[in-house]
Design a protein around this ligand. Structure first.
Ligand SMILES: [Cu+2]
Length: 128
């Protein structure tokens, strides 16, 4: 059994802290983004899956989607509310590429996200 020095702390951190941590916990992938604000949420697509399947953002505040498409395929992030109403759809980009986009403030609740091109790619967004 082998523990990294910062694994536990990184797991408890905010998305921004994880983004800047070179030694994040095993469930938090390292990010290639050079700099991200505190409101940024990293979502990673790899092998036609979102490897970041559960994210959260603060209620009522605009935020930033930092999308890391590692596939040589077109992907995006389409967020829908519980009524299946789309509340945000990012630009479809073919990777490998990094795309940072402004996302709108969301009301508290549970949301679902998919890739517009690959409906089998999905995850959840929680707004507490
Ligand atoms: Cu896709």
């Amino acid at each position: 059994m082998r523990l990294t020095r910062h694994g536990r702390a990184a797991g408890l951190g905010l998305a921004a802290a994880v983004a800047f941590s070179a030694c994040a916990g095993s469930s938090a992938p390292a990010t290639p983004f050079p700099s991200l604000g505190a409101d940024a949420v990293v979502v990673t697509a790899r092998n036609t899956q979102f490897t970041t399947q559960s994210v959260h953002v603060a209620a009522g505040k605009a935020w930033t989607l930092a999308f890391d498409n590692q596939d040589n395929l077109p992907h995006n992030v389409v967020i829908s509310d519980q009524n299946n109403t789309t509340v945000f759809a990012s630009t479809i980009v073919t990777g490998p590429t990094l795309k940072v986009e402004a996302a709108p403030a969301l009301a508290a609740g549970e949301y679902h996200f998919v890739c517009a091109v690959h409906s089998e790619m999905h995850g959840t967004l929680t707004v507490p």
